[in-house]
Each structure stands twice: as structure tokens, then as C-alpha cells.
Design a protein around this ligand. Structure first.
Ligand code: ZN
Length: 411
């Protein structure tokens, strides 16, 4: 069975994660897919496949004879899809031998994926794509990753049974996780139980992507306590919290926002504000790849807070900052073994690695700080989290080959 055939099966399960839920997995529907995946893992020969009480699927393929001392390599993908768009009743459509033209996803609704807005489409002329019907996301993020890992596992176990020359490998650990899209995928991941020395999340985009640098991230909540007085008698007395909130924001560098930054440029992002004369709130997220610059950004928020408190009275502004995740580069750069292994495996399969910083976080970043170094690999998909999501079938096949090369014993 090819990876895309598995993907078509997996996207028929609705697994949208739910931020408002406090359970794990956040939606009971994720468990339905988890159980189906356990069944399938057992079917292909992963004897110890199981789902734990939090909906995490684990399983492993033992090392081949003589390769027991090899590093145990982990492969991780997430089962949920992004709540940003419906993941129910997905009707995937295969476009065979893509001709490079704009793709009409839904004629009735006038949803067209055009090559001007999505220029990477032109890379796929002559290949086969899976697209949506324009009313849902596709769920290739990250069911393409699940399908590629499952397909590679099936082929590895089959080769093991035939004891083919050159198929030696160390222990391979597999995990499918819930709730990545709502930032909780690593929360209940049991690193010790998983049993890998190194791992990859297979959760990236275009074929060839290897990601091992992500943002350092914090949230910053600003509360401003004003003093409301009847506007007719407010002279020298009123402290308008909403105006102070605007003053606070005006002291941040205007060019350092998401809409003006790219690559390794960090930012302050105002993601919410509310207020009246008495109280005002500003919600920011702070992002930077560089730890020094990240610390400097947080220090800047503290200086602005101190300045306004000096100007308007102690206790006027309170700042609550909380770190969310850190750049996994810090954990990987002293030991690039796991990244190098992916680079070599891609080259061996005639895929030129694309190494670029992630402008976000990954479960792998969190896992790297939990003691499991875990860069992110491509799946072959594009335009995640929306109706323009698509995946290239040949890229998925390539990823299966790359995974098989990665886990193979080095010599
Ligand atoms: Zn994903």
C-alpha cells in the first residue's frame, strides 16, 4: 500500500482538536483514529502497539540481529487537525499528472487555487496532487506524516522478515500524538516509555525540509489600572487606562511586528486588546530565534512597564510574562548527529535538503527540551490549516524512502 492510500483513509476520520476542551485528547474523536492506528500497526507487525490513557499511540520495531547497540530512532506524527478550519467530511480529490494550471477546488463556491498566489504549485507539473473540495482543510498536516511513518514501518518489517541484505537497523520507536495543533502534543508525551535516543517529527511542508531551529517564545500580558473621574472634572486627575495602553504599545519598535518580519527576524505581536478608562489589557506574544535578542525583547517590556509606573504611579502597569517554548537549536547544535543523518538520507534519495528556521514552534522543540532531540522533517504538503492545503503523492513516496534510509544502520 502506498503512503497516499493510507492518507486517504486517515482523512476520513474527523480529528479536529479543541482548544476549549480540558481533556486529553481534546476531542474523543481523536481516540477513534488512535485505536484504528493501533489496529493497523498490529496488522503490519508492530506487536507492542498500544494507545495510552491520554490517547498517545506508541509502538516499536525491534533492532535487527547484531544492530541492538545502534541508536534507537523515533518517528513521530500528530493525529489531530487544526481547529482553524473544518476537518469533517473531507472529500479529497486526486489530480493526476498535474498540468500546471490554476486548480478549481469548488466550482459552485468559486474556490480556485491559482499559481500566482501559490507559485510552488508549478513545481509539481507532471506529478499527482491531492487537494480539497474547497470547504475543509485536507488534514495532510499531519496525517501525511502518519501515513509515511506507517508505510515505512510496514516496508521495514516486511524486509526484516526476508532478512534482506543491508536492511539492518536499530530499534525504531513510533508515536502518534494528539492535540499538536492546540500546542499540547508534547504535554503528556512519555519520553522514557517511547524509548528513543533521537527522534524526528514528520510534520513539515515541502519535500526536503529539515527544521531544527524555531522561535524562543513567550506570552506577555499587560494590565493597566487607570483612574476614572467624570470627564468634566478630570483635569490633572484622570488616568485613562486605554490611553496608557496605547502609550505602552507606542514605545515598541513599529517595524518589529509579524507583518514586517521574516527569516530570523523576531517580533512583538499584539494579539488582543481591550479596555475602558478604568482598566485596559494588552496581550502580546514575543518571538525570536536568538536567545540574546529574546531576552532583550522581554527586558524592553519590563523597561516600558517601569517607565510608565514611574510616570503614572507604582502599580499602574503590571506585566505578566511566561515563556512558552525555546529554540531547539540550543539542544541540537552540540550534537548534530540527528540532523546530519536526515541530510545524508535525503541526499541519498536525490532530494536536496532545505534547511530553514521555523517561524513558530514544534512539538519537537518541546521534546528536545524534555531530553529527546527532535528535529522536524517534511511531509510533502503545502498550505496547511486551510482549504488550499494539498500534498504531492510522489513527495510522500519519497518521504517513505527517506525514512527507511534514515533508520537503516549506517554501515
Ligand atoms: Zn502539523
Amino acid at each position: 500500500m502506498r503512503a497516499y492510500e493510507r492518507l486517504l483513509k486517515y482523512v476520513s476520520y474527523e480529528t479536529t482538536s479543541d482548544e476549549s476542551s480540558e481533556t486529553c485528547p481534546s476531542s474523543p474523536k481523536e481516540l477513534v483514529l488512535a485505536e484504528a492506528l493501533v489496529e493497523e500497526l498490529k496488522q503490519i507487525g508492530v506487536a507492542d502497539a498500544h494507545v495510552d490513557k491520554d490517547g498517545y499511540v506508541y509502538g516499536s520495531i525491534p533492532a535487527t540481529k547484531g544492530a541492538e547497540n545502534e541508536k534507537a530512532i523515533g518517528l513521530i506524527a500528530h493525529m489531530d487537525t487544526a481547529p482553524a478550519m473544518s476537518g469533517a467530511n473531507i472529500k479529497p480529490r486526486i489530480i493526476k499528472d498535474y498540468d500546471g494550471a490554476d486548480i478549481v477546488l469548488n466550482e459552485k463556491l468559486g474556490v480556485v487555487m491559482d499559481t500566482v498566489t501559490f507559485p510552488h504549485l508549478t513545481n509539481y507539473v507532471g506529478q499527482d496532487l491531492i487537494v480539497t473540495d474547497g470547504t475543509t482543510l485536507l488534514g495532510a498536516d499531519d496525517k501525511a506524516g502518519v501515513a509515511e511513518i506507517m508505510t515505512a514501518a510496514a516496508q521495514i518489517i516486511e524486509a526484516d522478515a526476508q532478512a534482506g541484505e543491508g536492511s539492518a537497523h536499530g530499534k525504531i520507536c513510533i508515536a502518534f500524538t494528539p492535540d499538536e495543533e492546540i500546542g499540547r502534543g508534547a504535554d503528556r508525551f512519555d519520553v522514557e516509555h517511547f524509548g528513543a535516543d533521537y527522534a524526528y517529527t514528520v510534520d513539515g511542508g515541502m519535500l526536503g525540509e529539515i527544521e531544527f531551529e524555531n522561535f524562543n517564545a513567550a506570552s506577555a500580558k499587560v494590565h493597566i489600572k487607570g483612574e476614572n473621574i467624570h470627564p468634566g472634572e478630570a483635569k490633572n486627575k484622570m488616568k485613562n487606562a486605554s490611553l496608557l495602553a496605547m502609550e505602552f504599545n507606542s514605545m515598541l519598535p513599529p517595524a518589529e511586528i509579524p507583518a514586517h518580519t521574516e527569516g530570523y527576524e523576531g517580533f512583538f505581536h499584539l494579539c488582543g486588546m481591550s479596555g475602558d478608562e478604568e482598566n485596559a489589557h494588552l496581550d502580546y506574544i514575543v518571538r525570536d530565534h536568538s536567545m540574546d535578542k529574546f531576552l532583550e525583547r522581554k527586558a524592553m517590556l519590563e523597561r516600558i512597564t517601569a517607565y510608565l509606573n514611574q510616570k503614572y504611579g507604582e502599580g499602574t502597569v503590571t506585566l505578566n510574562m511566561k515563556d512558552s517554548y525555546y529554540n531547539m537549536r540550543e539542544k541540537l547544535e552540540s550534537d548534530m548527529y540527528i540532523v546530519d543523518r536526515a541530510v545524508e538520507a535525503m541526499r541519498e534519495n536525490d532530494v536536496e535538503p532545505i534547511i530553514q528556521p521555523i517561524r513558530g514552534g514544534t512539538d519537537g522543540a518541546r521534546l528536545s527540551f524534555m531530553g529527546l532531540p527532535c528535529p522536524n522533517l517534511s511531509t510533502g504538503g503545502h498550505n496547511f490549516h486551510g482549504k488550499y492545503e494539498y500534498v504531492c503523492i510522489q513527495s510522500m513516496d519519497k518521504m517513505v524512502d527517506i525514512i527507511k534510509t534514515i533508520v537503516r544502520k549506517s554501515n
